[in-house]
Design a protein around this ligand. Structure first.
Ligand SMILES: [Ca+2]
Ligand SMILES: [Ca+2]
Ligand SMILES: [Ca+2]
Length: 414
């Protein structure tokens, strides 16, 4: 039997394409930096749990930025392949074709030792979840039958793909024993606009004791003044600053229920409150031909990303892993909302005629704008309330995040 493992170059090309497109995703027509969440975007997708086991349901959630509060419709669908961003994560087969593949695979393997054996008259179709999983903001998927069935499904698809002419559009997990990685596709469509599409891989458990990954847990977002010396200048308008200056390390947890007041022209530090238990120990499978089945134990590495709608970040992406700084430090960045009553020459160059007193380019001049720091053409009453998000990935498909809100109540003028 041929396996995809025999075609490492093919797998590598899929990985390379994914990496390229992921890094391009952040660059819109205006070439905003990746972390600037000022238009409709998918910032992250999560499966909880990330490894789905028998008897469990996985819940799928999207972290999106929707600064103009556009009305959205959603669509979730899963696919038993790792699919390609170049084909907009389209599943290369239908569910009916999958059922056909499984039936053929059972026939082909019926004689083989360890092949998938099912009682006569068993209806495969009834065991495979619908690909379409609804139009709500979240979706759920139930584990299909047993680990043996899922393992057989994985191996059957490996065989199918090795014989098929679907090239470049899809891949199957290279080692089904380690879990069957499949894809959830998420589409959100604004009224009268183009769909925005993203995908998340997650794992159907196939019985390995090693494959029990958990999502990182982000308990919230902490904030403090970058320079303690600024406290005197802002504490009369930001009472929480006085409170935080008295705390060890000065970190103040942004309340979940109410936006925290902040000022423009002051640099804050924000920290992702990742629980230390989130750093799991795991063992990768050893490469073929080496001694033993597993590599030595290692700690998970994290990629921590920050997203804001307004302002500038010092670091928008940090990597935590062996021999790096402590998690607390890596999970931190500086955030400043620069507001100048007079735009700089660079900003002026970006302004259109008649906009030189409209710093946030929302069509309302600064002196009349109810929030001159945030583009809010509709002058909504909460126009100065903006989100800040931290997304943490564990490089094993696990994702966690926290989004909190701040209220820009004014600026520190100097
Ligand atoms: Ca994990
Ligand atoms: Ca304005
Ligand atoms: Ca405004």
């Amino acid at each position: 039997m041929k396996h995809l493992l025999d075609k490492p170059s093919y797998l590598l090309s899929i990985l390379a394409v994914s990496a390229t497109l992921l890094s391009l995703q952040g660059c819109g027509p205006e070439f905003d930096p990746y972390w600037k969440a000022n238009k409709l975007r998918i910032l992250a997708l999560r499966s909880d749990p990330v490894t789905l086991q028998p008897g469990q349901n996985a819940t799928f959630e999207a972290l999106i930025s929707n600064p103009d509060n556009q009305t959205l419709t959603y669509q979730w669908e899963w696919c038993p392949f790792a699919v390609n961003p170049q084909t907009k994560y389209e599943c290369p087969i239908t569910r009916e074709e999958l059922i056909e593949i499984v039936n053929q695979s059972i026939e082909a393997n019926a004689e083989a030792e360890g092949g998938m054996q099912l009682p006569e008259g068993f209806d495969i179709g009834a065991l495979i979840p619908e690909f379409q999983l609804g139009n709500e903001p979240t979706a759920t998927l139930s584990y299909p039958l047993t680990p043996e069935f899922v393992l057989g499904l994985c191996q059957g698809l490996q065989f199918f793909l090795s014989e098929s002419d679907i090239t470049g559009d899809a891949a199957v997990t290279s080692s089904c024993d380690e879990g069957f990685d499949v894809t959830m596709r998420f589409t959100m469509t604004p009224e009268g606009g183009e769909p925005v599409i993203g995908a998340k891989r997650f794992t159907l458990w196939t019985g390995s004791e090693f494959d029990k990954n958990q999502n990182p847990e982000v308990a919230g977002i902490d904030i403090r003044l970058k320079e303690s010396a600024d406290a005197d200048k802002v504490s009369d308008r930001l009472p929480w600053v006085t409170e935080s200056e008295a705390l060890e390390d000065r970190w103040y947890r942004i309340p979940e229920d109410e936006p925290l007041p902040i000022l423009a022209n002051v640099t804050f530090e924000v920290r992702s409150a990742i629980t230390p238990e989130s750093v799991e120990i795991f063992q990768r499978p050893a490469p073929t031909g080496s001694d033993g089945e597993r590599l030595p134990e290692e700690e998970e590495g994290f990629e921590i990303r920050w997203f804001v709608e307004v302002g500038e970040l010092e670091d928008s992406r940090q990597i935590f892993g062996a021999e790096t700084k402590p998690l607390d430090e890596v999970a931190m960045t500086g955030w400043t909302i620069n507001y100048l009553p007079e735009p700089t020459s660079d900003q002026k160059a970006a302004l259109k005629d008649g906009q030189d007193e409209d710093w946030d380019l929302d069509g309302v001049n600064n002196d009349a704008d109810n929030c001159p720091y945030v583009s809010n053409p509709g002058q909504e009453a909460d126009g100065c309330i903006v989100p800040v998000s931290s997304v943490v990935s564990d490089s094993r498909l696990g994702v966690g995040w926290s989004t909190q809100r701040v209220n820009i109540i004014g600026h520190e003028s100097e």
